[in-house]
Design a protein around this ligand. Structure first.
Ligand code: SF4
Length: 332
């Protein structure tokens, strides 16, 4: 059985390009249920795999506009995707790229699972389709897709690239590049390849410290992917649509004057946009969040040094859907 995301299979099964276009618009753009879409091309029935994920659980935040979806893959693996309904009216979706993650960042619940497997492009795209369907029922349109959920996307490069190509393809989801973003722990050679292939899709580097010894403690990957090596890729990133730096603020770990000075020095000469992220505790977390006032002071100093800086408040904290809290567990 072929995947619904394979254009060649679709074209081979339906030679009538007009009816195929009607199907694609109904299925990918309007996110109508498969049965309804098949009315236009009955010959596709039974010949395509329309969905590889099943919604196991849905958790709606009582505090903000976040919804966490616990999804089951065909092999029983569990992943999570998070819908974010931002107060301004914008709607974003954070998708996973792997089951578990090998990076084992000290502050992250996913890292504790270890690496299980890469998601296929279809499994990544299914997260988008399922979220689009839920939002359509609310009269909302999915605007942004960020690959920042479970897993390190650049360790699943081929499937990630295929997923992004399908999301931006006018025949499929038709999302514009400036509504897409991926986040990475910092794998320089893969970052360079990404920037070359998708120069108008934003790339967020999860930096979290510009001090080598601190970063190594927070992110084991930093031992081989050193700050020095990351810096070598900056000229390539500078040519892209947006180079974001994610900085999770951890009390007593990376929030001191020496941390601030190191960050300013490391990013000197770049146009990096820095996001200061609030830490969300999860069971077993060994860190504490930084106060709002201290984060604001840190942000003020970065702006004074010339960097565009925003303070990001994660949605979905009460449903374990905020940054670093995704662990693929049902029943949270
Ligand atoms: S923060 Fe991202 S890269 Fe690090 S362990 Fe968690 S999911 Fe993996």
């Amino acid at each position: 059985m072929h995947s619904v995301y394979e254009m060649q299979s679709l074209e081979a099964l339906c030679r009538d390009s007009y009816r195929l276009k009607l199907f694609r618009n109904a299925f990918f753009k309007k996110a109508l249920p498969p049965e309804e879409c098949l009315e236009k091309v009955p010959e596709l029935a039974g010949k395509l795999n329309f969905q590889s994920l099943e919604i196991l659980e849905r958790h709606d935040s009582q505090r903000d506009g976040a919804t966490k979806l616990v999804l089951k893959c065909a092999d029983g693996a569990r992943i999570e995707a998070v819908i974010l309904r931002i107060a301004s009216g914008r709607t974003s979706l954070c998708i996973s790229s792997q089951v578990g993650c090998a990076a084992n960042c000290a502050f992250c619940a996913t890292g504790k699972l270890g690496f299980i497997r890469n998601l296929t492009a279809a499994e990544m795209l299914d997260q988008v389709l399922l979220a689009k369907r839920l939002l359509r029922e609310e009269g909302r349109i999915l605007r942004n897709v960020v690959v920042m959920g479970m897993g390190e996307p650049l360790r699943n490069e081929e499937n990630l690239f295929q997923c992004l190509e399908t999301l931006r393809d006018k025949r499929f989801f038709n999302l514009s590049d400036n509504h897409l973003m991926i986040s990475t722990v910092g794998i320089p050679d893969a970052m360079a390849r990404f920037a070359e292939r998708f120069p108008s899709i934003r790339l967020a580097l999860s930096l979290h410290s510009a001090r080598q010894e601190v970063r190594e403690k927070l992110m084991p990957v930093a031992k081989s992917k050193t700050l020095e090596k990351l810096k070598e890729v900056f000229p390539v990133l500078e040519k892209t649509a947006g180079f974001m730096v994610e900085y999770l603020m951890l009390k007593g770990v990376n929030d001191g004057p020496e941390d601030l000075a190191a960050l300013i020095d490391f990013l000197h000469g770049t146009k990096a946009h820095i996001n200061l992220i609030q830490f969300n505790a999860h069971p077993g977390a060994q860190f504490e969040p930084v106060s709002k006032e201290a984060r604001e002071e840190f942000g003020k100093a970065l702006r004074k040094a010339g960097f565009k800086t925003t303070l990001r408040y994660s949605l979905g904290d009460d449903i374990a859907a905020a940054c670093g809290q995704l662990a693929g567990k049902a029943g949270i």
